[in-house]
Design a protein around this ligand. Sequence first.
Ligand code: ADP
Length: 218
Amino acid sequence: MNLILLGPPGAGKGTQAKLLSDKLKLKHISAGDLLRAELKQESDLGKQAKKFIEAGDLVPDRLVTKLIEQEILRQGDSHGFILDGFPRNLTQAQSLDEILQSHNLLIDLVVYLKVSEPVIIQRLSGRRVCKKCFANFHLVNLPPRRVNVCDYCAGELYQRPDDKEETIRNRLKVYLESTASLIDYYQKQKKLLAVNADVDAENVFQVLGKTFQDKKLL
Ligand code: ADP
């Protein structure tokens, strides 16, 4: 099964992607994590992407699309993939369609995580991320067992520079201007499944599991 997770920053795409990929043996492909890994390695691509990420703007399409294509083709023994944070505009969605077509692949479902603005701000401003394995925590909703220490790999937790309130506002603006139109795009392809994501992560995950079963995707 191949999925796309769509929704504003803070919708919980990363969290659901992790839960789903563990349960269903799908490869989690996170555009944000891939870009941050490039930044950390100080690769050419990372250097080019840095200023866009820090401002909360979209990184140029050609850079992101190449990264994603490589990962889609490097699936190993997984049972499919989950795209998290890609596509983020119409050009990327069209490139993705071409990439999939040329490799005889299909997207089964696009999960749209619907969330309201106050919830977004609360989630992102409390988010803490592991520097080493990129796992996500939240000061209130999902605190780590030890302060500032990752439960999984004992790495140090930090606040992403783009999770400061001012940058969050710009990311939301970019989402509304560029990404929200994809809801329509995938609705027309009859692939969209909208889910209320204002509720806690476990709840969203249960709804998704049930829907996949009803649709005979599992
Ligand atoms: P969130 O979904 O919470 O905004 P991400 O980790 O997915 O966080 O993205 C962080 C940043 O990485 C974005 O603000 C943007 O600068 C860059 N980015 C991620 N995905 C894409 C993409 N598909 N196209 C362009 N830039 C991207």
